[in-house]
Design a protein around this ligand. Structure first.
Ligand code: SAJ
Length: 413
């Protein structure tokens, strides 16, 4: 197997690495020179457990390399971002650009797999973008000039990517010919999960459905936390009690929902069926309103101090990763920085080495060490339940105002 993986982000790079370590000859393609250099040196440009070892092994054995250019290959895996733009409309420009960079390298007979989480119809859109550039190619099966397209959405959990790539079941959606079977054969090199075969459109929607399901369930927990706070009830105890029922399994509330998946994908369903996706839209809005709820709790407390010092524990979108994308913790710290008239914020994020640019504008945010921040702060705001924070015994913090948005210290206090 000679494979080109287009897009070396959180999904493309691990996929390229496991494919190469399973014996395929893999070229990873990225528009970012820094990423290309990192990979060619056998290094990973972000934090993901286990990826470093697999990647270094594949590069040193000569099975994996990175490039700015798309090479000719038998199979292409497209794993580029699919963000939204404007009023939550899907932005397919990265898929378009990937398709245009793949088009000139095709001869007929190749397999092109879209792996990015995508709105319904995106695989067809990608195929059309290629055919627009190459009118000599066709989707009609079994011709010498046929190009085969499939959608094989990733479903791995950041932080557990290397395990889940190998063990999760995979949905494979065929756009034309035997594209699905060919995609399955390729993924079977490294994936021991079950392969679930369908058409491309259903596969696209299935992936969105999974993330919308989780979003709706987290929204339920977040809405409960707002209600419980009004009614003076401990939401963590409330959920724990309710979850003893054999058919109730409520998720955990927090400061909001982040990441590049759950905070984004449900909008693709809303945009495809705006009149009908009422619950899904509402859940998004409930989760998106949670950071403001946290701010409305913290800001009045800060007003009690002349120059309040706030320790903000965590910036990542969830525990034990360095990913700040769509992070509610980051948004909360940014808003605190904008709205605090005086004082400062000590941001504690053990997984990063410097503050993101958005937090350096006002000069009132400092990247601090955990215990130092606890010592200096008047107010402690726990935003991410990183292991280091969870393992800390907060009993000594009694003289401070502590707001634990994750319930991480609940059982210890
Ligand atoms: N969160 C809560 N309460 C919870 C669970 C999560 O507030 O009880 C928050 C997290 O703190 C985080 C956000 O939700 O901010 C999302 O975290 P997550 O761990 O639920 O999911 P992601 O975004 O890391 O990964 C999801 C996964 N999808 C599902 O579990 C249905 C993963 O399997 C997908 O591959 C991934 O999206 C993706 O790429 O689409």
């Amino acid at each position: 197997h000679n494979v080109a993986v287009v897009g070396l982000g959180y999904i493309g790079l691990p996929t390229a690495a496991v494919l190469a370590s399973a014996g395929a000859d893999v070229t990873g393609v990225d528009i970012n020179q820094r990423t290309v250099d990192f990979v060619n040196n056998g290094e990973v440009p972000f934090v993901e457990p286990e990826l470093g070892t697999v990647l270094a092994g594949a590069v040193s054995q000569g099975r994996l390399r990175a490039s700015l250019e798309v090479p000719s290959a038998d199979a292409y895996i497209v794993a580029v971002p699919t963000p939204f733009k404007g009023d939550h409309e899907p932005d397919l420009s990265y898929i378009q650009a990937a398709a245009e960079s793949i088009a000139p390298t095709l001869n007929g007979g190749e397999l092109v797999i879209l792996e990015s989480t995508s709105p319904p119809g995106a695989t067809e859109f990608m195929a059309q973008a290629i055919l627009d550039k190459r009118s000599d190619l066709t989707l009609e099966a079994d011709r010498p000039n046929t190009v085969y397209f499939a959608h094989c959405p990733e479903r791995v959990l950041p932080g557990r990517i290397m395990i889940e790539l190998r063990t999760n079941d995979r949905i494979v959606g065929t756009l034309n010919g035997n594209a699905g079977e060919r995609a399955r054969d390729l993924y079977q090199l490294f994936c021991d999960g079950e392969f679930l075969m369908t058409d491309a459109r259903t596969a696209e929607m299935a992936k969105l459905t999974e993330n919308a399901y989780r979003d709706v369930n987290i929204a339920f927990a977040n809405e409960l936390s707002v209600i419980a706070s009004k009614l003076n009830i401990d939401v963590w105890e409330l959920i724990e009690l309710s979850n003893h029922h054999p058919r109730v399994n409520i998720l955990q509330p927090g400061p909001g929902v982040g990441g590049h998946c759950i905070a984004v994908d449900p909008w693709f369903i809303v945009s495809a069926a705006p009149e009908d996706a009422r619950l899904i839209r509402n859940a998004r809005e409930v989760n998106d309103s949670k950071p403001e709820f946290v701010l409305n709790h913290v800001l009045p407390k800060a007003e009690r101090f002349k120059d309040p010092v706030i320790a903000a524990l965590g910036l990542a979108f969830k525990p034990d990763i360095d990913d700040l994308r769509e992070s509610p913790a980051l948004n909360i710290v940014k808003s605190l920085s904008d709205r605090l008239p005086s004082g400062c914020i000590l941001a504690v994020e053990p997984n990063i080495e410097e503050l993101p640019a958005s937090l350096t504008e006002k000069g009132n945010v400092e990247l601090a060490e955990f215990e130092d921040a606890l010592d200096r702060a008047d107010i402690i705001l726990l935003l991410v339940d990183h292991t280091e924070f969870k393992n800390y015994n907060p009993r000594g913090l009694n003289s401070k105002i502590v707001y634990d948005t994750r319930g991480a210290w609940r059982s210890l206090r």
